[in-house]
Design a protein around this ligand. Sequence first.
Ligand code: SAH
Ligand code: SF4
Ligand code: F3S
Length: 474
Amino acid sequence: MYNDNPTLDGVEKKIDEAKQGEVFYQDAGEEGGKKFYIESYGCQMNFSDSEIVASILGEAGFSPTRNMEASDLILINTCSIREKAELTVRKRLRIFDKVKQQRPGMLVGVLGCMAERLKKKFLDEEKLVDIVVGPDAYRDLPTLVAGAEDGNKGVNVFLSREETYADISPMRLDSNGVSAFISIMRGCDNMCSFCVVPYTRGRERSRNAFTIVAEATNLVERGYKEVTLLGQNVDSYKWENPETKEKVTFAELLVMVAEVSPELRVRFSTSHPKDITDEVLYAIRDYENICKYIHLPVQSGNSRILKKMNRTYDRPWYEQKVDRIYEIIPDCAISSDIITGFCTETEEEHKDSLSIINYAKYSMSYMFFYSERPGTLAERKYEDDIPLEVKKRRLSEIIELQNNISRSENLKDIGKTFKVLIEGDSKRSDLDFKGRNSQNKMVIFPKKEGLKAGDYTYVKVTESNSATLKGEIV
Ligand code: SAH
Ligand code: SF4
Ligand code: F3S
């Protein structure tokens, strides 16, 4: 099986796992006050945004609940990246409709990328929807909700050039108390021809570096051990201090966050190959707590297709980047996103995507077949001419090869000892812990008295498969 949604799969799993752990927000239950229920789809940015939304609603007197039937407001934070992501949202809306019929006065709000893409059309297409709010308009939610309570359906899909929600302290939803996301930038100024994100998230802007460090510091004080710095294109982070005019680059920001505490692991996502600099690689090399893992989506291994995708690099250039990463950080893991069956892709060009997996030795990849998105450059200029069966067959070939590479790369880890951050009980057995090494690989190992989620331990790998390493504490 392939994942339909890149980060959704990873994050959904993470959140699912987190539910077994300690809960950091109080479920309002049946008692007093108005309650909201929120579901998130799409990338990590959306999950992070939902925590901002929760905080804004918290200030307005709402409290979160996991019980949809007991809520006064159902929110769905949506994704538009592929057609399937939007279909999932439509299906959820049918379910909300049933709940709403049992609970007069309940409101339904659509947030995120699909809200931004469809705007007011949402209200015409989906009668049950009361409010539609785009990614830059969440501060307006309390006002829109109040309006909807008075019977006025509301839409705010204004895209901002400034909004970064810098001052908002996210309410950590479904947290395991170990790892948290920190949003460092919003929007995207790249124009990859297949991608809807620039239209749904607007122009790129970077968040005040000091508020990012403050958020990391606060998380450390609350016992968190890992942060992931989030943006569509983190390497183009650039923030200018309005007072001193000093500029902070992504490499500098990484170091600032790493220096918050040596006990805090720092991860980041996503890197655009064209923007990742040697300074970023040196920071990863020089700081033990900056994880040796880079998600570096290639999209295609063929230069002609890359040009058509408007990725701004070609295959030799990408290969050089990979070489440079392994040269500076020999123990770094690299992962990727790959699209099969983009407009006009030939069998030969598809083979180039297979061979780039071999070349880069990705630890894993998120793999998709091309899904045409309304309004994108590709939709306007190119014909979506690869038959669905061909797209899917190419996808299965890519998945098979990636699994083989992951398996053989993981075999090389047998006998090695890794520092692992314990995330909680393994899914399969509560006699085992699960955690990750710096390379972001999942490690399963028997528990030891005195250790708990959030602790570091050293594990020697004794077994592995394409997805996980197994071992013992040493
Ligand atoms: N900003 C990130 C990507 C965010 S979208 C980056 O540039 O790497 C996550 C992934 O979804 C992309 O990397 C791409 O592989 C995939 N994707 C985006 N648009 C798609 C489409 N129209 N069809 C199929 N996959 C798509
Ligand atoms: Fe989409 Fe490209 Fe921006 Fe990534 S960099 S969000 S793929 S336009
Ligand atoms: Fe989806 Fe929007 Fe993220 S389209 S992948 S939720 S930026």
